[in-house]
Design a protein around this ligand. Structure first.
Ligand SMILES: CC(C)(COP(=O)(O)OP(=O)(O)OC[C@H]1O[C@@H](n2cnc3c(N)ncnc32)[C@H](O)[C@@H]1OP(=O)(O)O)[C@@H](O)C(=O)NCCC(=O)NCCS
Length: 226
């Protein structure tokens, strides 16, 4: 594993090229964000752009915005809607009461070093500073298709989704069996949030159809904010 000095702090638009590169390598083909997307995010809600730095080089980036929400049910039901297609201009409400982390990505060379969790925790700190009531992660079951190929390669996608529906998948541990007490979930993204103290508030079918790895599903998690 890589070692070095880790810093979590407000991201800087001067690192735009690196921000886009780190984000897009983490998210992969079909789920990229553009320079213009990030420029808009920095314009609309600069506090919500937080970076993870390893030896002063950006290796992770998280984006958030504010909405008005009294329950998970009133969070928009697609990534495009919640994030205004990644540009946040029409979905960010500066007078709202809830922070939504809608994108986090960490470079492969820095995975498993707690950076994802630290980035989310920095967003929770921001929410407290702003006096907000809730912190959501609008996330994705990023390893769902990988799980299928590992354990159910003989099934069609349709057959797999019937045999292991998303609700069941999100209870399984690293060996593909129901997880034991204290064990992490199989899924990398939802597992990161789960092991960081979030609970799954809503499963959103067809939340982002272009997300093939997740079979189009999104998952809304809520963090306790005491
Ligand atoms: C999800 C993501 C941000 C996690 O970043 P990360 O910095 O590796 O996560 P952390 O180190 O904070 O969390 C570690 C957890 O992730 C898992 N993990 C991910 N990659 C790992 C690796 N290479 N080695 C070890 N653990 C890893 C572990 O299960 C660990 O949980 P555990 O300690 O409870 O077992 C990263 O995998 C990523 O960028 N994925 C692609 C984009 C994406 O799907 N984003 C999430 C949607 S909002």
């Amino acid at each position: 594993m890589t070692s070095g000095t880790i810093t979590i702090k407000r991201a800087d638009l001067k690192d735009l090229d690196l921000i886009v590169a780190v984000n897009n390598l983490a998210w992969g083909s079909g789920l990229e964000s553009t320079k213009e997307d990030f420029i808009e995010r920095f314009k609309v809600f600069p506090e919500g752009e937080i970076g993870a730095y390893l030896n002063d080089k950006l290796v992770g980036i998280i984006s958030s915005l504010i909405i008005q929400s009294d329950s998970p049910e009133d969070v928009p039901s697609s990534w495009a809607e919640v994030s205004d297609n990644g540009r946040i201009r029409n979905s960010h409400n500066p007078n709202g009461n809830s922070l939504v982390c809608f994108s986090v990505g960490v470079g492969l060379e820095a995975r498993g070093m707690n950076l994802g969790r630290s980035l989310v925790n920095a967003q929770a700190d921001l929410a407290r500073r702003l006096g907000l009531k809730k912190v959501y992660a609008y996330s994705r079951p990023s390893s769902y298709m990988y799980f299928k190929n590992k354990f159910y390669a003989n099934l069609s996608d349709e057959g797999f989704l019937v045999q292991i529906p998303i609700e069941k998948y999100l209870t399984l541990g690293k060996d593909g069996q129901p997880r034991k007490t204290g064990e992490s979930l199989f899924d990398l993204a939802i597992g990161m949030h789960d092991s960081n103290g979030a609970h799954i508030a809503r499963i959103i079918p067809r939340g982002r159809l272009e997300d093939k790895d997740s079979y189009g599903y999104n998952v809304l998690l809520e963090y306790p904010l005491e």
